[in-house]
Design a protein around this ligand. Structure first.
Ligand SMILES: *Cc1c(COP(=O)(O)O)cnc(C)c1O
Length: 448
């Protein structure tokens, strides 16, 4: 199929169009089937069944066209069915689908690792290992740090999200829904206070001193393999640490033989207006975990970092049946080419300008918007009872529900469920983005 005839991708009409209620009759019918055959534990934010997506829209079975401000949780950053991804995937899927890189290797895997070495922060010698999911990348980063340092303990932060496997559940902060009833969890995981400017009012240096004191007194550098941190927290509420916090934590790690691991799974690949969120303050992590935006929607994840650390692990110690699957690697090469070709880091900053403008105007009109934060095409608003820092999860849910009913895909997040986050695909047009924020504005007016 050519670009003009294939069902998804940027050739889809870029419009918000509602022809039924949301969800419509076709989606409702399918929801019954979902109820019958899919485990209830697998939730749904906006229950329309999708038939096509691209540019800045998602089209459902009933013919509704919704504006996408979620990118499938920061995954479809280059846009759904992006031409550069589709063509490479089609070529690869017709050539071969799987050999297992650990059995018989292929170029795509090495190409992705070479690009990761070039694109991730720092110009030192770097190597990578590829996996299927973000959680798997985080687990492997911890494995590498433990072998390289000969130490066990792992430090993570308040509000952190690192995944749903046993070790990464232990590393994730929030109980419901991620951990509740799923213990016992992996040991030797310790939690330090995060820099959260809206709630703690501390400078980056002060917040780092507070965290380092906890780490030093409750764990001890002599036991600590790694500190794992999201440079901008994702699920925890798009919390941006105060300037100076990340550099101070990173410097302390370097001085104490502790591996500094940046979890850039949500913030990476042009999302924050730079290739990686760490770039903003010139922080160079020892290891970086990536996933989500890396492959335009195909499942791929990576640990990238200092060659000496990566090579500390014995042969056969890293891997997995599907890690670095050739189709996922082809998609990643296509996605990274799209990012470079369309300068999507710059595009994320343009998107930020439009969103920030609209959101600060809204903040002036609605006292419930207590904080506006984030970077690039990764912005969020935190909703609190006016004049307080008391979370308003009910209003957050109401605003989001209004957006859904009116054809805009919004996501919420935050430890208290009181944050609306905006993660549009970087392929969205200015017009569509503005229309989406008209709906967000209506949502605040309609829910007072
Ligand atoms: C989504 C996410 C993960 C987990 O990735 P999965 O692919 O869902 O396993 C880990 N860390 C961060 C920061 C994330 O946003």
């Amino acid at each position: 199929m050519t670009d003009a005839t294939r069902p998804g991708g940027p050739a889809l009409p870029q419009e918000r169009k509602l022809v039924t209620a949301i969800p419509g009759p076709g989606s409702l019918e399918r929801l019954d089937r979902k109820k019958a055959f899919v485990a209830d534990g697998v939730g749904t934010t906006l229950p329309v069944f999708v038939v096509a997506a691209g540019g800045g829209v998602i089209v459902d079975v009933d013919g509704n066209s919704l504006i996408d401000l979620g990118s499938g949780i920061a995954v479809a950053s280059v846009g759904n069915a992006a031409p550069g991804v589709v063509s490479r995937v089609q070529e690869q899927v017709a050539a071969f689908t799987h050999t297992c890189f650990m059995v018989t290797p292929y170029d795509g895997y090495v190409d992705v690792c070479e690009q990761l070495a070039q694109l991730t922060p720092g110009d030192h010698a770097k190597k990578s290992a590829l996996f299927n999911s973000g959680a798997e990348a985080v687990e492997n980063a911890v494995k590498i740090a433990r072998v390289a340092t000969g130490k066990d303990a792992v430090v993570v932060f308040d509000h952190a999200y690192h995944g749903r496997t046993n070790l990464t559940m232990a590393m994730t902060a929030k109980n419901m829904p991620y951990k509740h009833g799923f213990g016992p969890f992996a040991g030797e995981v310790y939690r330090a206070p995060m820099s959260y400017p809206f709630r703690d009012g501390l400078t980056g240096e002060e917040a780092a001193a507070r965290a380092i004191d906890v780490i030093d007194k409750q764990v001890g550098a002599g036991n600590l393999a790694c500190v794992v941190i999201e440079p901008i927290q994702g699920e925890g509420g798009f919390i941006v640490p105060a300037p100076g916090f990340l550099p101070a934590i990173s410097a302390w790690c370097s001085a104490n033989d502790v591996v500094f691991i940046a979890d850039e799974i949500q913030s990476g690949f042009c999302r924050t207006g730079a290739w990686f969120a760490c770039d903003d303050e010139g922080v160079v992590p020892d290891l970086v975990t990536t996933a989500k935006g890396i492959a335009g929607g195909l499942p791929l994840a990576a640990v990238t970092g200092r060659a000496d650390l990566m090579d500390a692990v014995h042969a056969g110690g890293l891997g997995g049946t599907y890690g670095g699957n050739p189709i996922a690697c082809a998609a990643a090469l296509g996605a990274m080419a799209e990012m470079r070709e369309h300068e999507l880091d710059r595009r994320a900053r343009e998107i930020e300008a439009i969103m920030r403008d609209r959101l600060s105007a809204l903040q002036e009109q609605h006292a419930v918007i207590a904080d506006l934060r984030g970077r690039g095409a990764m912005l969020a608003i935190e909703l609190c009872r006016p004049g307080t820092t008391e979370p308003d999860a009910a209003r957050t849910a109401a605003v989001s529900a209004y957006c859904h009913a009116h054809g805009v895909v919004t996501l919420t997040c935050g430890t208290w469920g009181n944050v609306v986050r905006f993660l549009p695909p970087l392929s969205i047009s200015d017009e569509l983005l503005r229309e989406a924020f008209d709906v967000v504005a209506e949502a605040f007016a309609a829910t007072t």
